[in-house]
Design a protein around this ligand. Structure first.
Ligand code: DGL
Length: 271
Protein backbone atom coordinates (compact mmCIF):
# COMPACT_ATOMS: atom_id res chain seq x y z
CA UNK A 1 0.00 0.00 0.00
CA UNK A 2 1.29 3.50 -0.85
CA UNK A 3 2.14 5.93 1.89
CA UNK A 4 0.03 9.09 1.87
CA UNK A 5 3.20 11.15 1.53
CA UNK A 6 4.60 9.22 -1.42
CA UNK A 7 5.94 11.43 -4.21
CA UNK A 8 4.68 10.64 -7.71
CA UNK A 9 5.76 12.54 -10.77
CA UNK A 10 3.42 15.24 -12.09
CA UNK A 11 0.18 13.88 -10.75
CA UNK A 12 -3.34 15.15 -11.26
CA UNK A 13 -5.13 16.50 -8.20
CA UNK A 14 -8.91 16.66 -7.86
CA UNK A 15 -10.35 19.04 -5.27
CA UNK A 16 -13.87 19.37 -3.91
CA UNK A 17 -15.41 20.32 -0.58
CA UNK A 18 -16.41 16.68 -0.11
CA UNK A 19 -17.39 13.63 -2.15
CA UNK A 20 -18.92 15.59 -5.05
CA UNK A 21 -15.68 15.40 -7.00
CA UNK A 22 -16.32 11.67 -7.44
CA UNK A 23 -18.55 12.53 -10.40
CA UNK A 24 -15.55 14.08 -12.17
CA UNK A 25 -13.15 11.45 -10.82
CA UNK A 26 -15.28 8.63 -12.27
CA UNK A 27 -15.41 10.38 -15.64
CA UNK A 28 -11.60 10.77 -15.54
CA UNK A 29 -11.15 7.07 -14.75
CA UNK A 30 -13.64 6.10 -17.44
CA UNK A 31 -11.37 7.79 -19.96
CA UNK A 32 -8.03 6.91 -18.32
CA UNK A 33 -8.47 3.81 -16.12
CA UNK A 34 -4.84 3.78 -14.91
CA UNK A 35 -4.76 7.46 -13.95
CA UNK A 36 -3.38 7.98 -10.44
CA UNK A 37 -5.17 10.81 -8.63
CA UNK A 38 -4.57 12.87 -5.50
CA UNK A 39 -8.10 13.61 -4.27
CA UNK A 40 -8.82 16.24 -1.65
CA UNK A 41 -12.16 16.46 0.13
CA UNK A 42 -12.04 19.71 2.10
CA UNK A 43 -14.41 18.32 4.68
CA UNK A 44 -13.38 20.91 7.29
CA UNK A 45 -14.57 23.60 4.88
CA UNK A 46 -17.76 21.84 3.72
CA UNK A 47 -20.13 23.17 2.47
CA UNK A 48 -18.57 25.73 0.12
CA UNK A 49 -22.03 26.77 -1.08
CA UNK A 50 -22.47 29.15 1.79
CA UNK A 51 -18.90 30.45 2.28
CA UNK A 52 -17.57 33.73 0.90
CA UNK A 53 -15.44 33.78 -2.25
CA UNK A 54 -12.48 35.00 -0.17
CA UNK A 55 -12.75 32.07 2.24
CA UNK A 56 -13.07 29.52 -0.55
CA UNK A 57 -10.12 30.95 -2.51
CA UNK A 58 -7.93 30.99 0.60
CA UNK A 59 -8.84 27.39 1.45
CA UNK A 60 -8.19 26.14 -2.08
CA UNK A 61 -4.90 28.04 -2.33
CA UNK A 62 -3.84 26.54 1.00
CA UNK A 63 -4.74 23.06 -0.22
CA UNK A 64 -2.78 23.43 -3.44
CA UNK A 65 0.27 24.78 -1.56
CA UNK A 66 0.16 21.90 0.91
CA UNK A 67 -0.25 19.35 -1.88
CA UNK A 68 2.82 20.80 -3.58
CA UNK A 69 4.90 19.99 -0.49
CA UNK A 70 3.86 16.32 -0.69
CA UNK A 71 3.41 15.52 -4.37
CA UNK A 72 4.58 16.68 -7.73
CA UNK A 73 1.35 18.08 -9.18
CA UNK A 74 0.98 19.49 -12.69
CA UNK A 75 -2.82 19.57 -13.04
CA UNK A 76 -5.48 20.52 -10.51
CA UNK A 77 -9.10 19.79 -11.37
CA UNK A 78 -11.42 22.01 -9.37
CA UNK A 79 -14.17 19.38 -9.24
CA UNK A 80 -16.57 21.83 -7.66
CA UNK A 81 -18.73 24.39 -9.43
CA UNK A 82 -18.76 26.68 -6.39
CA UNK A 83 -14.98 26.74 -6.15
CA UNK A 84 -14.64 27.20 -9.92
CA UNK A 85 -17.20 29.96 -10.43
CA UNK A 86 -15.95 31.94 -7.42
CA UNK A 87 -12.21 31.31 -7.33
CA UNK A 88 -10.84 29.96 -10.62
CA UNK A 89 -9.58 33.33 -11.87
CA UNK A 90 -7.89 34.19 -8.56
CA UNK A 91 -6.27 30.75 -8.31
CA UNK A 92 -4.95 30.94 -11.87
CA UNK A 93 -3.23 34.22 -10.94
CA UNK A 94 -1.78 32.65 -7.81
CA UNK A 95 -0.56 29.44 -9.52
CA UNK A 96 0.46 30.49 -13.05
CA UNK A 97 2.59 27.37 -13.64
CA UNK A 98 -0.21 24.98 -12.74
CA UNK A 99 -2.88 23.68 -15.13
CA UNK A 100 -6.11 24.55 -13.31
CA UNK A 101 -9.23 22.98 -14.79
CA UNK A 102 -12.56 24.38 -13.63
CA UNK A 103 -16.01 22.81 -13.49
CA UNK A 104 -18.67 25.31 -14.48
CA UNK A 105 -22.40 25.02 -15.24
CA UNK A 106 -23.18 23.53 -18.67
CA UNK A 107 -25.29 26.51 -19.82
CA UNK A 108 -24.14 26.24 -23.45
CA UNK A 109 -25.11 22.55 -23.67
CA UNK A 110 -28.50 23.18 -22.06
CA UNK A 111 -29.26 26.10 -24.39
CA UNK A 112 -28.44 23.92 -27.41
CA UNK A 113 -30.46 20.91 -26.23
CA UNK A 114 -33.54 22.48 -24.66
CA UNK A 115 -36.65 22.19 -26.82
CA UNK A 116 -38.82 24.50 -24.72
CA UNK A 117 -35.94 26.97 -24.33
CA UNK A 118 -36.69 27.10 -20.63
CA UNK A 119 -34.30 25.36 -18.28
CA UNK A 120 -32.97 25.66 -14.74
CA UNK A 121 -29.50 25.95 -13.30
CA UNK A 122 -29.68 23.89 -10.10
CA UNK A 123 -26.62 24.69 -8.00
CA UNK A 124 -25.41 25.91 -4.62
CA UNK A 125 -26.62 29.43 -3.73
CA UNK A 126 -23.09 30.71 -4.43
CA UNK A 127 -22.92 29.22 -7.95
CA UNK A 128 -26.52 30.03 -8.85
CA UNK A 129 -26.04 33.72 -8.05
CA UNK A 130 -22.45 34.09 -9.25
CA UNK A 131 -21.32 36.64 -11.81
CA UNK A 132 -19.65 33.72 -13.65
CA UNK A 133 -22.99 31.93 -14.15
CA UNK A 134 -24.68 35.18 -15.19
CA UNK A 135 -21.91 35.69 -17.73
CA UNK A 136 -22.40 32.20 -19.21
CA UNK A 137 -26.15 32.81 -19.51
CA UNK A 138 -25.61 36.17 -21.23
CA UNK A 139 -23.08 34.62 -23.62
CA UNK A 140 -24.76 31.33 -24.50
CA UNK A 141 -28.45 31.45 -23.56
CA UNK A 142 -29.77 34.88 -24.42
CA UNK A 143 -32.56 33.22 -26.45
CA UNK A 144 -33.68 31.09 -23.46
CA UNK A 145 -35.54 31.54 -20.21
CA UNK A 146 -33.01 30.41 -17.60
CA UNK A 147 -34.09 30.03 -13.98
CA UNK A 148 -31.25 29.94 -11.45
CA UNK A 149 -32.01 28.09 -8.27
CA UNK A 150 -29.59 27.99 -5.36
CA UNK A 151 -30.61 24.91 -3.39
CA UNK A 152 -29.80 25.74 0.24
CA UNK A 153 -29.18 22.21 1.55
CA UNK A 154 -28.91 19.88 -1.42
CA UNK A 155 -25.09 19.45 -1.35
CA UNK A 156 -25.33 18.61 2.35
CA UNK A 157 -28.09 16.05 1.70
CA UNK A 158 -26.00 14.49 -1.09
CA UNK A 159 -22.93 14.21 1.12
CA UNK A 160 -24.99 12.66 3.91
CA UNK A 161 -26.67 10.22 1.53
CA UNK A 162 -23.33 9.18 0.01
CA UNK A 163 -22.03 8.54 3.53
CA UNK A 164 -24.98 6.21 4.12
CA UNK A 165 -27.33 8.47 6.10
CA UNK A 166 -31.07 8.29 5.48
CA UNK A 167 -32.46 11.33 3.62
CA UNK A 168 -36.24 11.70 3.64
CA UNK A 169 -38.33 12.01 0.47
CA UNK A 170 -39.60 15.33 1.81
CA UNK A 171 -36.07 16.67 2.12
CA UNK A 172 -35.12 15.70 -1.46
CA UNK A 173 -38.39 17.11 -2.82
CA UNK A 174 -38.01 20.37 -0.90
CA UNK A 175 -34.65 21.00 -2.54
CA UNK A 176 -35.61 20.28 -6.14
CA UNK A 177 -39.31 21.24 -6.45
CA UNK A 178 -38.45 24.98 -6.76
CA UNK A 179 -36.57 24.43 -10.02
CA UNK A 180 -39.56 23.21 -12.01
CA UNK A 181 -41.66 25.84 -13.81
CA UNK A 182 -44.71 25.62 -16.06
CA UNK A 183 -46.28 28.98 -16.80
CA UNK A 184 -46.77 31.60 -19.50
CA UNK A 185 -42.97 31.80 -19.94
CA UNK A 186 -42.64 28.11 -20.77
CA UNK A 187 -42.13 24.71 -19.19
CA UNK A 188 -38.83 23.53 -17.73
CA UNK A 189 -37.50 20.68 -19.88
CA UNK A 190 -33.89 20.46 -18.66
CA UNK A 191 -32.00 20.89 -15.41
CA UNK A 192 -28.29 21.63 -15.26
CA UNK A 193 -26.58 19.70 -12.48
CA UNK A 194 -24.56 22.72 -11.39
CA UNK A 195 -22.88 21.07 -8.40
CA UNK A 196 -20.66 18.02 -8.71
CA UNK A 197 -22.50 16.29 -5.87
CA UNK A 198 -25.78 16.12 -7.81
CA UNK A 199 -24.93 13.55 -10.52
CA UNK A 200 -24.02 11.14 -7.72
CA UNK A 201 -27.61 11.10 -6.43
CA UNK A 202 -29.38 11.35 -9.76
CA UNK A 203 -31.72 8.47 -8.95
CA UNK A 204 -33.11 10.48 -6.00
CA UNK A 205 -33.46 13.64 -8.07
CA UNK A 206 -35.26 11.73 -10.84
CA UNK A 207 -37.55 10.01 -8.35
CA UNK A 208 -38.70 13.34 -6.89
CA UNK A 209 -39.01 15.34 -10.08
CA UNK A 210 -42.62 16.44 -10.79
CA UNK A 211 -42.13 15.55 -14.48
CA UNK A 212 -39.33 14.02 -16.55
CA UNK A 213 -36.56 16.38 -17.69
CA UNK A 214 -33.08 16.14 -19.19
CA UNK A 215 -30.47 16.25 -16.41
CA UNK A 216 -27.34 17.88 -17.79
CA UNK A 217 -24.04 16.71 -16.32
CA UNK A 218 -20.71 18.24 -17.35
CA UNK A 219 -18.43 15.59 -15.73
CA UNK A 220 -17.33 13.93 -18.96
CA UNK A 221 -16.60 17.25 -20.67
CA UNK A 222 -14.44 18.28 -17.69
CA UNK A 223 -12.59 14.95 -17.76
CA UNK A 224 -11.95 15.23 -21.49
CA UNK A 225 -10.59 18.74 -21.04
CA UNK A 226 -8.39 17.76 -18.06
CA UNK A 227 -6.83 14.84 -19.93
CA UNK A 228 -6.29 16.71 -23.18
CA UNK A 229 -2.60 17.49 -22.62
CA UNK A 230 -1.84 15.10 -19.77
CA UNK A 231 0.18 11.94 -20.16
CA UNK A 232 -0.77 9.25 -17.69
CA UNK A 233 2.01 7.61 -15.65
CA UNK A 234 0.60 4.76 -13.56
CA UNK A 235 0.96 5.14 -9.79
CA UNK A 236 -0.98 4.97 -6.53
CA UNK A 237 -3.98 7.17 -5.87
CA UNK A 238 -4.13 8.94 -2.53
CA UNK A 239 -7.10 10.64 -0.87
CA UNK A 240 -7.16 13.36 1.77
CA UNK A 241 -9.79 14.84 4.03
CA UNK A 242 -9.12 18.08 5.90
CA UNK A 243 -10.94 17.24 9.13
CA UNK A 244 -9.00 14.50 10.94
CA UNK A 245 -12.26 13.26 12.48
CA UNK A 246 -13.49 12.33 8.99
CA UNK A 247 -10.73 9.86 8.10
CA UNK A 248 -12.54 6.84 9.51
CA UNK A 249 -15.92 7.62 7.96
CA UNK A 250 -14.56 8.54 4.53
CA UNK A 251 -11.92 5.82 4.13
CA UNK A 252 -14.32 3.05 2.96
CA UNK A 253 -15.71 5.36 0.26
CA UNK A 254 -12.24 6.22 -0.99
CA UNK A 255 -11.18 2.57 -0.88
CA UNK A 256 -14.23 1.68 -2.99
CA UNK A 257 -13.10 4.26 -5.60
CA UNK A 258 -9.65 2.63 -5.75
CA UNK A 259 -7.61 4.86 -3.42
CA UNK A 260 -4.68 3.14 -1.76
CA UNK A 261 -4.64 5.41 1.29
CA UNK A 262 -6.70 8.09 3.02
CA UNK A 263 -5.00 10.69 5.22
CA UNK A 264 -5.47 14.18 6.63
CA UNK A 265 -4.28 17.31 4.86
CA UNK A 266 -4.11 20.63 6.67
CA UNK A 267 -4.30 23.54 4.26
CA UNK A 268 -1.03 25.47 4.74
CA UNK A 269 -2.62 28.88 5.14
CA UNK A 270 -5.17 27.63 7.63
CA UNK A 271 -2.87 25.83 10.06
N1 DGL B 1 -19.58 20.04 -4.97
C1 DGL B 1 -19.64 21.46 -4.84
C2 DGL B 1 -20.05 22.12 -6.14
O1 DGL B 1 -19.89 21.56 -7.21
C3 DGL B 1 -20.43 22.11 -3.74
C4 DGL B 1 -20.71 21.52 -2.44
C5 DGL B 1 -20.62 22.53 -1.31
O2 DGL B 1 -21.53 23.36 -1.13
O3 DGL B 1 -19.61 22.46 -0.65
O4 DGL B 1 -20.51 23.24 -6.15
Amino acid sequence: MASATQHNSAMMAVIDSGLGGFSVLRALLQRAPTLPVVYVADTAGFPYGKRTAGEITARAAGLVKTLQTRHSISHVVLACNTLSTLSLAALRKQFPAMQLIGTVPAIKVAAAQSQSKRFTLLATPNTAHSAYSRGLIAEFASNCMVDCYGAPNLARLCEASLLGDEVSDKAWRGEIAPCFFDDARGKTDSIILGCTHYPLVLEHLRAHAPWPVEWIDSSDAIARHALKDYSVTPGKSVAYVTDPNDVERYTPLFTAEGFAATATLNPAMLQ
